[in-house]
Write a protein of this length. Structure first.
Length: 271
């Protein structure tokens, strides 16, 4: 008899991937659900990229796109992580996971409630522990990052990225217009200030400073004005392009704490 996945993770972005890596490495069977066209910027370290490529490997762990539930089980049995296109999380009715982790980082109240699974975990703003999830994980950088919240909410969205070498808001590339996203460079390339990175309906997106292009939205996707489409890292270290961030791994640790703190879950998982 095939063993169903114990954990369903909604979202395969870079933060969700850090969570998935930690859980996969300690032996959990994981299923990831995604959109038909994931809007992920840090694609090299996101299992969501499997939707576009068929499969994608991050730090030695491979995720594969599954066309249906049966293929997802085959991928699990091969020791890999299946990615299923399922925006509404309907596959939970088939797989009946013990744990659902909402790692989509929508920053708003979730569409599935606390009773979507025996144990539900939400990452970041929009989640209220005890109301729409059993446990919430703090995603804001600082002293409280990755702490498990059992009563209340994570901190509100600051709308500011992490400061890196005195660059903060300027290191995030945003769309200047509404339209289709067109790219002229690849993730991982070195760029100089003023280099052409992308265009939207003829409006150019230029590198704000010299550095390494750490993230870039998939070309050909429709975008709206102000939407995050890229990430330039002034440290110019190519390792940061292919390795998950310390934040993503920290969140994975918080999720693992939340799961293993529950005696009933430990009993079911180990059996």
């Amino acid at each position: 008899m095939k063993t169903m996945p114990e954990i369903l993770i909604r979202g395969g972005g870079d933060l969700a991937t850090g969570v998935a890596l930690r859980l996969h490495r300690v032996g959990f069977r994981i299923l990831i659900t995604e959109l038909p066209q994931p809007l992920v910027v840090r694609r090299t370290v996101a299992f969501a990229e499997a939707v576009y490529r068929g499969q994608h490997t991050v730090e030695g762990v491979t995720a594969c796109l599954a066309k249906d539930s049966d293929q997802a089980m085959q991928i699990l049995d091969a020791g890999q992580i299946p990615v299923l296109i399922d925006p509404g999380g309907e596959s939970r009715h088939y797989f009946t996971p013990l744990i659902i982790i909402d790692a989509r980082m929508t920053k708003r109240s979730p569409d599935l409630g606390i009773n979507a699974a025996p144990f539900t975990i939400g990452l970041g703003p929009g989640f209220v522990a005890g109301r729409n999830c059993h446990a919430a994980i703090e995603t804001n950088r600082g002293h409280f990052l990755a702490r498990v919240i059992w009563d209340g909410s994570p901190q509100a969205n600051t709308k500011l990225p992490e400061a890196v070498d005195q660059h903060q808001a300027d290191r995030v590339l945003r769309s200047p217009d509404k339209g289709l996203f067109q790219t002229f460079v690849e993730i991982g390339q070195h760029v100089e200030a003023g280099d052409l990175i992308a265009e939207v309906e003829g409006s150019r997106i230029l590198a704000p400073f010299a550095g390494r292009l750490r993230g870039l939205l998939h070309p050909g996707l429709p975008v709206h004005k102000g939407m995050k489409v890229g990430d330039v890292d002034p440290r110019d270290d190519d390792r940061f392009v292919v390795m998950v961030s310390e934040k993503a791994l920290a969140l994975g640790g918080g999720v693992l704490e939340a799961i293993l703190s529950q005696e009933n879950l430990r009993t079911n998982l180990w059996n």
